[in-house]
Design a protein around this ligand. Structure first.
Ligand code: ARG
Length: 601
């Protein structure tokens, strides 16, 4: 509900109650037919039915009661008994003034603020990030900003992937290149050198090599698996190497995330919960929750009623459960993705005790999270309903398949950023926006445009759908894009600056023409969009709002001269006041999306 809708709803509720009817009939929303009215209340039909009355007659009793309200200009009765409400210009001016003076630009507050951990980013040490990691980073970071804006206590955790086979592959690959390093001496307990023996370039070269080899060479794979097992068992040299790999990777990750203005409160990883795993496993065994299955310790989490009939190879139909057990400890004694995620829940419970943990991870991992959440619930750690997997769709190429580079590989986030920067810089040149702007400022603007392009292109889609990667379109200054929104904000800034230079100050807002009415109504909808985005964990509601706002601003600007000669001083001051309110809310909305507008471009 928008802020004005809230005020109107109070009036409607009072009117229904005055007729001896229930409050619930007084619900008010923005009008489905904006050409007829600003808001509507549909309660008369239901109320009349429950009270055995004629709905239009009831509407005729409610309408005059509402018309007394100061914010209401007119109430029309339509169809079977809809109440179409038109608000006064003063009420709209009040809504716009509220945005201008409110610290949150009319964005409101969460009803029940919570302590939340958001697990997002999820890059894997040494493995390059790909476009899927882009989605997690951008959506997760936006949810952090959104929830924080609304008053939740939020901790963002990157949850590095640093416990799996890739670590073993790297250990083996480094040993082969530099066998004399002290890390490979099994008896060496340290201390080890503080300088890393490898650079990020080394890791990016070694990982694909080792990964490729392990797929063809069984002995090589076995060596890597053994290295992981020894690392997990605590071999000092391997642990020291692991820390070097993490440090080197994190430094590189921070550069890529920084480009997108994505940040984390915690840089923890899977390896950080290692000390929790052994006691957790013991506890689960003791309580009979884990059971031994062909040498592995597993937790059964299937539910009987989920069985689905499946036809086996022999042509026989059998009932099969779609939910495989959770793998706690594998038959080699190693722990993996399941165990680290379960232990991480315990860690977060002990360290932060959140009301809720949100996981922003590819939809394709839905089964994994369902398994972990059921195990957590079963073990009494954190109940299932407080663990939310926020899946997202894939980023596809124009062929509709997951995006690949021209060479057929996955696109690295670093390369993606570079491509976006190049395209944005080109567009800025094309648009002739950069007239007297110096080289340094121009390159900063290029970065802001590229970031706006990538973030908005991702966030404007409903989180769960796939989208097609199209840099050309994302970086365009026209259409529903980040750069278009930056352009709108920059225009407002330029306008206010020019007004200041000409000695015109913003003043009291008055709503006089149709475009101003529309604009004020859009301003009034900000809190609603944020509330929906938080409730559904869907940033696209915020994108919709800022885009609608920018469009309503354009229409207003075309219809309402501001600095032209002949505009009355009060009208000019009011319009400048409106521009101030719009800019403030636009920048607040963009800030939630992690998008910053330059001062000029
Ligand atoms: N590292 C994982 C991957 O690249 C994502 C981690 C997501 N978070 C989690 N708690 N499992 O697929």
């Amino acid at each position: 509900m928008t802020i004005l809708a809230g005020q109107l709803e109070a009036a409607c509720i009072a009117a229904f109650e005055a007729e001896g009817l229930e409050a619930r009939w007084g619900a008010v929303k923005q009008s489905d037919r904006p050409e007829l009215a600003d808001f509507q209340c549909n309660g008369c039909m239901g109320a009349a039915k429950s009270a055995g009355m004629n709905p239009r007659e009831l509407a005729a009793k409610i309408a005059p009661r509402l018309a007394e309200h100061a914010a209401i200009d007119r109430v029309d009765i339509a169809g079977p008994g809809f109440l179409n409400i038109v608000v006064t210009a003063e009420a709209l001016a009040g809504a716009a003034e509220h945005v201008r003076s409110d610290a949150k630009a009319g964005g409101g507050q969460a009803v029940e603020a919570e302590t939340v951990v958001i697990d997002f980013g999820g890059p894997n040490v040494a493995k390059p990030m790909h476009v899927g990691h882009l989605r997690s980073a951008v959506i997760g970071d936006t949810l952090v900003r959104l929830l924080r804006f609304l008053g939740d206590q939020v901790t963002g955790d990157v949850h590095l992937g640093d416990w799996g086979l890739q670590m073993g592959l790297l250990i083996v690959a480094v040993e082969e290149e530099q066998p004399d390093l002290p890390y490979f001496d099994a008896g060496n307990e340290g201390p080890f050198p503080s300088e890393p023996p490898v650079t990020m370039e080394d890791l990016s070269r070694l990982y694909p090599m080792a990964s490729g080899r392990s797929k063809e060479d069984a002995a090589y794979l076995e060596k890597a698996q053994n290295a992981v097992a020894q690392m997990q068992a605590g071999r000092a040299g391997y642990r020291a190497l692991l820390q070097h790999f993490i440090d080197v990777s994190v430094a590189a990750l921070k550069v890529d995330y920084g480009f997108l203005d994505v940040s984390f409160d915690l840089w923890k990883g899977e390896s950080d919960v290692d000390p929790l795993i052994a006691p957790m496993v013991e506890d689960l065994k003791d309580r009979g929750l884990a059971r031994l299955d062909e040498g592995a310790w597993i937790i059964d989490i299937a539910r009987e009623n989920e069985n689905v009939p499946t036809v086996g190879k022999d042509g026989q139909e059998r009932l099969k459960n779609p939910m495989p057990p959770l793998m706690l400890v594998n038959s080699r004694g190693g722990t993996g993705y399941h165990a680290t995620d379960l232990a991480t829940i315990l860690d977060r419970k002990q360290e932060i005790n959140p009301d809720r943990i949100l996981y922003v991870v590819d939809q394709r991992q839905a089964t994994h999270f369902e398994q972990v959440y059921r195990a957590s619930d079963k073990a009494g750690y954190v109940p299932h309903e407080r663990l939310e997997h926020l899946g997202f769709g894939t980023v596809n190429g124009k062929d509709g398949k997951p995006f690949k580079t021209r060479e057929g590989g996955t696109l690295r986030l670093a390369d993606l950023n570079a491509m976006a920067l190049e395209e944005a810089t080109k567009k800025i040149g094309d648009a002739g926006l950069s007239g007297e702007i110096g080289a340094e400022e121009k390159s900063e603007i290029g970065r802001l445009v590229a970031r706006a392009a990538l973030r908005f292109a991702d966030l404007q889609n409903q989180r769960t759908t796939n989208y097609v990667f199209d840099l050309e379109r994302f970086t365009s200054f026209e259409g529903k894009t980040g750069p278009y929104l930056l352009y709108a904000a920059v225009r407002m800034k330029a306008l206010l600056r020019r007004a200041g230079e000409e000695g015109h100050a913003p003043g009291a807002i008055r709503i006089e023409n149709e475009a101003e009415r529309k604009l004020a109504l859009v301003l009034d909808g900000f809190a609603l969009s944020l509330r929906l985005a938080r409730e559904k964990r869907m940033p696209h509601y915020v994108c919709e709002h800022v885009y609608t706002l920018a469009q309503a601003f354009s229409a207003f600007y075309a219809a309402s001269p501001i600095l032209k000669d002949g505009v009355a001083a009060e009208v000019r001051a009011s319009r400048l006041g409106l521009v101030e309110a719009v800019l403030k809310q636009l920048e607040a909305g963009l800030g939630i999306l992690g998008i910053t507008a330059p001062e000029r471009m």
